[in-house]
Design a protein around this ligand. Sequence first.
Ligand code: AMP
Length: 281
Amino acid sequence: MKVIKKIDEMRSAVSDIKSRGMSIGFVPTMGYLHEGHLSLVRESLRKADVTVVSIFVNPAQFGPREDFKEYPRDLNRDSEVLEREGVDYLFVPESDEIYPQGHKAFVEVYDLQDKLCGRSRPGHFRGVCTIALKLFNIINPDISFFGQKDAQQVIILKRMVKELHLEVIIEVLPIIREEDGLALSSRNKYLTQEERKAALVLSKSLKVAQSMMEKGQRDSAAIIKEMKEIIGREPLAKIDYVEIVDIDKLDPVSRIEKKALVALAIFIGKIRLIDNTILLF
Ligand code: AMP
C-alpha cells in the first residue's frame, strides 16, 4: 500500500491508474477505522481495480464547540489495517494543503443541509460537501463508497453529485452493528462502560419503530412517542432529535405511506450518537 500525503502526488498516481484503463474505488473516512469502514473498503476492493482510502479529520465539518481536537486518531493502526485488507493507496492529506490560509470556496446543498443533524450542527454539511468535492476532484473515482449510518450525508452527497454533474457513482452500504445492536462509530471509544450500555437505546428504539410499522402502525407521531419513551427511560440519554422523514426532502411525514427514514441523534453523556433505519413497504 502506498501512503500519499501530497495532492500533486495523489493526482499523478491517479493519472497513471487512469492511463492504464483501471477503475478507481474510493472510500473517504476520518480514520480510527472499524468494521463499518472496512465493509466499505472490502466492497471497493471487490468492485474496483484500484482502491483508494482517504483519512482526513475535516475541520470544516466540526462546529467551534464540537470534538475536532478530541476526535480519535491512530494513523499507524489504521495503515496497518488497510495494508492487511489489500488497499492500494492511502491518501492522508494535510489540513494546510486542503484549506490553505484565506481559503474561501465552499459547497452547500441548500435546505437538506438544515434538516435533522443540520439543525444542531450548522455548517456541518457544508464542510462535508466541500471535502467530498475536493477529494472527488483529486482522486477522480469511478465509485465512492459510503455508509447508510450517515443517512443524511448520503442523501446530500447524492444530490450534490447529481446537481453539480459529477460522474462519480455513490454506493451506499448497510450499517454495521455490534452484536447487541449498537452501530459502530469511531466515537464509541469515548463511551464509559455505563454509557456503552445506555447507548443501546438508539438501536432499541429503532427496532421498536420497525416492529410497530410491521404491525401496521402508520402514524409517525405514535411511533415517535414510543421511541421517545424508551429513550426517556434511560437517565444518561438526552434526545437531540427523533424524526420520521421522507427520503427525498427530509421533511417530517405524519402518515407513513411510502419508504421513510427514521433518524435520531442522542447524547449519551457528552457523546452525540446517530443512528437510523429505513421503513420499507
Ligand atoms: P467517518 O470516518 O465517520 O467519516 O465515516 C466514513 C464512512 O464510513 C462514512 O461513509 C460512514 O457512513 C461510514 N460508516 C461509519 N460507521 C459505519 C457503520 N457502523 N456501518 C457502515 N458504515 C459506516
